[in-house]
Design a protein around this ligand. Structure first.
Ligand code: 10D
Ligand code: SF4
Length: 316
């Protein structure tokens, strides 16, 4: 049977960012340094494949510090943790390594600094997401107000409109956040914030790359997990920028081939927590079904690397 021709636009940058790379390295190096088991509080990054392969190497994933024995090292996930978590670990004399992405830590520091300056904090983020919980948890309970949408800006009740600042989650939609920030400035002209928002380079670049290919794609697949905020945003960006069929897939077996019947072009990208091996698996699956011509579309070059914490760089 002859295969139909298909142009496959591969977005670049896609997949692992520097913070994810570092977080995975931290778990691997911790296992090497202390032996198994090493505990990890929350999925180190939101990807089942990554978590499963670290589990095979000796990592034990738990949701709370209470679930860890005090005589084993524990690692905090890349998304960041409330201040109470390292404080608890210290109280229990536990060895811990913080794998919070340095770009998330930067937001934590920003929030604390604004609070020190006497400003009430507003966080733009998704309720219940670990990064939002971690950033809001840099200040005492109830001190940070959460805003998720432009509508929320209209109803948020602040102490003093003249003494306000905002921070954001790092993985938000750049375009949606722009609208929320604009609404904040309109309602609270004195509000203080970062230059634009706190969305990181990796989130911005992956969304830009999707925008470049979405209009020419009959369908676009984002390799990523259903609990991965940045991956879900890529699906939305594709849909909002001219691609009528945009879907999240964890790996090749999730592809709904029937829904793709008749397509001539496909776009593929991956969230910041999705390993390249899964992207290759998806590309290979398309080559099995179609006569594929791959076109890589590069919209930015990335060369950021973060060092692992010092505790892992010194011998045991
Ligand atoms: O859900 P998410 O996009 O925040 O996290 P994920 O683990 O999928 O990707 C890495 C992003 C992090 C750690 C937050 F900046
Ligand atoms: Fe860090 Fe951005 Fe990656 Fe999050 S998505 S881990 S903030 S580089």
């Amino acid at each position: 049977m002859t295969k139909s021709p298909l142009t496959l636009y591969l977005a670049a940058p896609r997949g692992f960012c520097a913070g994810v790379d570092r977080a995975i390295k931290i778990v691997e190096m911790a296992i090497e340094k202390w032996g198994a088991p090493v505990y990890v509080r929350h999925e180190i990054v939101h990807n089942k494949f990554v978590v499963d392969s670290l589990r095979d190497q000796g990592a034990v994933f738990v949701e709370e510090l209470d679930d860890c024995p005090t005589d084993r090292p524990v690692i905090f996930s890349a998304h960041g943790v409330p201040k109470s978590v390292p404080a608890d670990a210290e109280r229990r004399n536990m060895v811990y390594v913080d794998a919070t992405c340095p770009l998330v830590s930067k937001v934590h520091i920003e929030a604390a600094r604004h609070a020190d300056d006497g400003l009430q904090m507003i966080m733009i983020g998704h309720a219940g997401h670990p990064e939002t919980i971690g950033t809001m948890g840099q200040l005492p309970e109830g001190e940070v107000l959460l805003v998720e949408t432009v509508d929320d800006v209209a109803t948020v009740e602040v102490r003093d409109p003249a003494k306000l600042a905002y921070v954001t989650q790092t993985t938000l939609s750049v375009d949606d956040t722009k609208d929320i920030v604009a609404a904040l400035h309109t309602r609270f002209p004195a509000i203080v914030g970062p230059h634009k928002e706190d969305i990181c380079y990796a989130t911005t670049n992956r969304q830009e790359a999707v925008k470049a290919i979405a209009p020419k794609c009959d369908a676009l697949l984002v390799v990523g997990a259903p609990n991965s905020s940045n991956s879900k945003r890529l699906v939305e960006v594709a849909a909002k920028n001219g691609c009528s069929y945009a879907q999240l897939v964890q790996r090749a077996s999730d592809i709904d081939w029937r829904a793709l019947d008749g397509i001539r072009t496909i776009g593929i990208t991956a969230g910041a927590s999705a390993p390249e091996v899964l992207i290759n698996e998806v590309v290979d699956a398309f080559s099995d079904h179609y006569d594929v011509t791959v076109e890589q579309v590069v919209t930015a070059e990335e060369n950021i690397e973060f060092k692992v914490p010092r505790i892992l760089r010194v011998p045991a």
